[in-house]
Design a protein around this ligand. Structure first.
Ligand SMILES: [Zn+2]
Length: 66
């Protein structure tokens, strides 16, 4: 299976960097090459899946039920 590779330096180790872009009210997690910092993706700062499960749990909602 192919491994993700930095398009700039061709290394294969990535890291998350928390950042608020200029003129943004929100923080994001940038996925970047751990060697050269080339950004290969941006994801929400909050893990929405985890937040939904926590909220459902507090509201006693079983998300697995049909
Ligand atoms: Zn790189």
């Amino acid at each position: 299976m192919a491994q993700p590779m930095c398009p700039k330096c061709e290394r294969k180790i990535f890291e998350i960097k928390e950042l608020s872009p200029k003129n943004s009210k929100w923080k994001y997690n940038f996925v970047q090459c751990a060697t050269c910092g080339c950004v290969v993706g941006v994801v929400d700062y909050y893990n929405l899946g985890a937040l939904i499960h926590r909220l459902a749990s507090k509201m006693n909602i079983d998300l697995e039920a049909d």
